[in-house]
Write a protein that binds this ligand. Structure first.
Ligand code: JAH
Length: 274
């Protein structure tokens, strides 16, 4: 997979030399190029920002360096993919932004199936909108949000997205690791995990996990997933298929105030007795 990142802080992306992603790069599974946006300015001060049209707080990224940088990304990427002059490989431009579509494991899988991802790291109040309109003529543009909070720029989001996508590429993580990821896609949070020693600071590992009863362990873990999801991510319960939850699981949810009504789980209104 070819990856291009455009940023005013190329050193930020040095973390991608490390760990699994760094190993995947050295193995030739990921070809990553980082481009400094300031290399595409033409003034003495290498200016990338200007005041917002219409007034308001902060600064906006000027369109001219972005236009040249993205032109360069297309040239460099085509050369690396060996498609210069030949049939085009579609490039997807991922733009981290608090106003983007939510980045989920499903989006990570979509992106992992593509041959070429470019990333535009904004700073300040964001990038002049015309850059994204112009880019849409040459890229599949995907504004994505990692969550409802504001960072100082897109770089940290790109680190997260590249890690989430990179670990899905064939050959990047081992088999045990990739099986573990499947379990996060059942719409429930993961169960708590423990290791040795059996007692630590007066806290024991739950007895069932030391019992050797595989079926009981599986049942306990499933219950823990339901409990955690109800308590931490009640928004996920509405999307659960009640037919996929056995009576014992429904009882766990009922005890947390969730009933199965009209074919889905709904929170029991306060003050309604069971
Ligand atoms: C902030 C450009 N959803 C996480 C996220 C992603 C990007 C940004 N903030 C939060 C951001 C300033 C400028 C992007």
């Amino acid at each position: 997979m070819r990856l291009d990142v455009v940023t005013i802080f190329p050193e930020y992306l040095a973390a991608l030399d490390l760990s699994l992603i760094g190993k995947a790069r050295r193995a030739g599974l990921i070809d990553l190029a980082v481009h400094d946006l300031r290399d595409f300015t033409h003034d003495r001060h290498r200016t990338v920002d200007d005041t917002p049209a219409g007034g308001g707080a902060g600064m906006v990224m000027r369109p001219e360096p972005w236009g040249e940088a993205l032109d360069h990304v297309l040239d460099a990427g085509r050369a690396a993919l060996g498609t210069a002059g030949g049939p085009d490989v579609a490039a997807t431009l991922v733009v981290p932004s608090p106003s983007g579509e939510p980045f989920t494991q499903a989006v990570a899988h979509e992106l992992a199936a593509l041959p070429w991802l470019a990333f535009a790291c904004g700073r300040y109040e964001g990038i002049d909108e015309r850059v994204l309109e112009d880019a849409a003529e040459r890229f599949d543009v995907r504004p994505v949000s990692l969550g409802d909070y504001v960072l100082n720029g897109g770089e940290v989001a790109v680190l997260a997205i590249v890690e989430a996508v990179g670990r899905l590429l064939p050959g990047v993580v081992g088999n045990a690791e990739s099986l573990r990821e499947e379990s996060h896609e059942g719409g429930l949070l993961e169960y708590p995990v423990y290791t040795k020693p059996a007692v630590w600071r007066d806290r024991g590992v739950p007895d069932v996990l030391l019992s050797g009863h595989h079926a009981q362990v599986e049942r306990w873990r499933y219950e823990q997933r339901l409990l955690r999801t109800a308590r931490r991510r009640p928004d996920l319960l509405g999307g659960l298929d009640p037919d996929a939850v056995p009576p014992a699981g429904r009882a766990v949810l009922a005890a947390e105030g969730w009933d199965c009504l009209d074919g889905r789980f709904q929170r029991r209104p306060a003050g309604v007795a069971d």
